[in-house]
Design a protein around this ligand. Structure first.
Ligand SMILES: Nc1ncnc2c1ncn2[C@@H]1O[C@H](COP(=O)(O)OP(=O)(O)O)[C@@H](O)[C@H]1O
Ligand SMILES: [Mg+2]
Length: 267
């Protein structure tokens, strides 16, 4: 089981979009995937079509010790016909551990208890039968994100290929270093995802070069292009493959999923 935190304290860079569509992509590639929504705004939860009124049990109740983690996990069947994939018909089930707004008080509610940095790790330790667990982090470096960093084996950082993409990144890297030193020695940044790329813009191409210089091999070759379908899909509760299987967004995230798998299987 590989546990990957998708993190960037900036909002709107593509964390949630990446978690959902890499998760569903790997599911189509026959991997068992759990998506953990660690953001109190619960965008991942709603983006996958889970309705607020269906949400009685969430990560919040798990953190409070009211329910075991398996009781909160939701099965999410998915299928799509992808015109660009040789085996065009795909189906599977991915799993979602939903969030709710209650989590927004986590810093206050859990901030003074012993082991507060390990709430997620402790609860996830009873879960073993997944190939990939992705943790979708909130846009901050507070207690919830700290919990993701103590739990994860690896970190993916989505960067919008725009002006100021690398701004704030040194703060993030510093936090990762501190966690590595004190709380999770094995933690590694293994993937930088270039998102919302527009190849027609010179600035975008320059930013991609800068990211490549900075991160080298950690930077995934597959770039995620700016694509309106990716912005529309969440409001229908659909993955990009379900919403617009012939879109650039579907192609890019499927290619990225394949790149991840190929790289992990080579290791
Ligand atoms: N490649 C893309 N092209 C167009 N819109 C995108 C793309 N990636 C994300 N978006 C949209 O941008 C917004 C922010 O993305 P999101 O994944 O929610 O970011 P984060 O989780 O980092 O805050 C959302 O409305 C999303 O639908
Ligand atoms: Mg998000």
């Amino acid at each position: 089981m590989k546990c990957i935190a998708i993190i960037n304290q900036k909002g709107g860079v593509g964390k949630t979009t990446s978690a959902v569509n890499i998760g569903a992509g790997l599911c189509f590639l026959k991997k068992k995937v759990l998506l953990v929504d660690l953001d109190p705004q619960a965008h991942l939860t709603y983006s996958t079509g889970i309705k607020a009124h269906e949400l009685e049990k969430t990560l919040y109740h798990v953190f409070r010790g009211e329910i075991p983690i398996i009781d909160a996990i939701i099965e999410r069947p998915t299928e799509a016909v992808l015109p660009f994939s040789s085996q065009s018909r795909h189906s599977g089930i991915f799993y979602v551990l939903p969030a709710s707004l209650d989590l927004s008080g986590a810093d206050l509610e859990f901030g003074s208890i012993a082991g507060r940095e390990f709430l997620l790790k402790e609860n996830l330790s009873s879960i073993k039968n997944y190939d990939y667990v992705f943790i979708d982090c909130p846009p901050s470096l507070g207690l919830l994100t700290l919990n993701a960093l103590t739990t994860a084996d690896e970190i993916y950082i989505p960067l919008q290929t725009e002006f100021l993409a690398l701004q704030g990144i040194s703060k993030l890297l510093e936090t990762v270093e501190i966690v590595k030193k004190r709380l999770n020695h094995g933690l590694k940044i293994t993937g930088i995802i270039g998102t919302r790329f527009d190849g027609r813009k010179r600035l975008n191409r320059e930013v991609v070069e800068r990211i490549r210089d900075y991160f080298g091999d950690q930077f995934f070759k597959t770039l995620i292009r700016e694509n309106i379908s990716l912005a529309e899909a969440p409001s229908f509760g659909k993955t990009i493959y379900e919403y617009k299987p012939d879109s650039y967004g579907a192609q890019d995230y499927f290619n990225l999923s394949k790149e991840i798998l190929e790289r992990d299987e080579k290791k």
